[in-house]
Design a protein. Structure first.
Length: 127
């Protein structure tokens, strides 16, 4: 006759198995614990560029159902948008230009040449 596991032992075993499965699940392993909410719809109202401090992309190929651009405002508000909207494409282009300028500035400074030195010598960028 097979031994029957007491109810407490069965519950403990089930909890351990659930914990192991959660730890080994592909979503948790690839993206970490779910600590962010996904966009489920888009904001159609344009956001002023001066209010945007950054963005990140949400992919439907990962955890969330829709592709989205998530703008972060200066007040740390997250705004879901789609690249199908013209204002979103323009904001992304401006942010890209801003990043290129910052990158160029940083590479000039890391090369030991400060922008103020170049300006004092009458050297300016042609862009």
């Amino acid at each position: 006759m097979p031994a029957i596991m007491p109810a407490k032992g069965l519950v403990a075993t089930a909890l351990i198995i659930c914990g192991v499965l959660y730890t080994l699940s592909p979503t948790t392993a690839a993206y970490g614990p779910m600590n962010h909410a996904c966009c489920v719809k888009y904001t159609r109202k344009p956001v002023g560029f001066s209010l945007i401090k950054g963005y990140f992309e949400q992919s439907s190929r990962e955890v969330c159902r829709i592709d989205a651009i998530i703008f972060i405002t200066k007040r740390n508000k997250k705004i879901c948008a789609t690249t199908a909207d013209d204002w979103v494409r323009k904001a992304l282009a401006r942010l890209s230009d801003k990043m290129k300028k910052m990158s160029k500035l940083q590479s000039n400074q890391s090369a030991g040449v400060s922008i103020s030195t170049l300006s004092a010598r009458g050297i300016t960028s042609s862009s």
